[in-house]
Design a protein around this ligand. Sequence first.
Ligand SMILES: C[S@@+](CC[C@H](N)C(=O)[O-])C[C@H]1O[C@@H](n2cnc3c(N)ncnc32)[C@H](O)[C@@H]1O
Length: 326
Amino acid sequence: MNSPINYSPLLTYLANTPLENWAMRLPEHIAHGLSTKRFGDLPGWYRALEALPQVSANTQELGATVKVGEREALTEDQWLTLEQSFKALIPWRKGPYELFGLSINTEWRSDWKWERLEHHITPLAQRKVLDVGCGNGYHCWRMLEAGAERVIGIDPSPRFIVQFYMIKHFLAKAPVDVLPLGIEALPAKMEFFDTTFSMGVLYHRRSPMDHLLELRDTLVSGGELVLETLVIDGNLGETLVPAGRYAQMNNVWFLPSVPTLLCWLEKCGFTNVRCVDVTPTSSEEQRSTEWMKFHSLPEFLDPDDSSKTLEGHPAPLRAIILANKG
Ligand SMILES: C[S@@+](CC[C@H](N)C(=O)[O-])C[C@H]1O[C@@H](n2cnc3c(N)ncnc32)[C@H](O)[C@@H]1O
């Protein structure tokens, strides 16, 4: 089945930049990342994307709730089709969104993370921005709203890619795209982006130093890294490597203390390294909703002591670190 996702505007853009060689190889990577042989659910998700009403958004408001279109712009039938298509892509984890009056109350209040960092980062106006592990691209829309010239998200999960293009379907000209790639698939020494975000990814990587070095390679000299990750309360040198699961996730590797993480970044050649926020994740920020019906944070914490996960580890604490490529 052919993909209904149109990457031509992004490929044309990249072909006129120092990344032109990558642009030539990208169609092959995209085909692999969106292979219906590898991902059996993809054809159903593509059908949901293709069923969306053929209209452009009459309004857009890319604020805390990413809002696209007004209810009145769709007929009753079009609205019901829209609802059906969006429900076909459940679970929706990152958001919130509102499409033509359809509220998507996602598992995460991703706007809270943005609120914690937006006043600390270098303003995104006219910057080229990379969002590594962007999920369904919620923050990519916020980056665009903050004035970025171009936003490219990458994420290896095809469900999230289709979710992103279900929103972009109504904002076809927006200079933002999400590629079906993991960070390891990016070319070495890209040195292209003015700001690179890595949020909620570091603890999923088996080799945190390699992740930091890969992020550094994506940036122009002086470019800014915005790193958000799980940390533990502790001193320099302390890191938790959970033996089994952490908050029921089986792919969590390194949870450093903030001083340890700052040291790792300096060791990897970043300068001006500083922590701008440390916040415990609350059960208001991450919870089950009608758009994400599986268990969520409240069920992952010890019912008798919410300062601990079910496994007895410290409950999720997240830090935001800024650093520059030296
Ligand atoms: C916890 S979510 C974070 C989403 C979003 N950045 C946020 O902060 O809300 C982690 C994301 O990283 C993605 N991911 C996992 N492995 C990755 C890799 N090797 N490269 C890039 N992204 C990856 C997952 O698919 C998932 O969407």
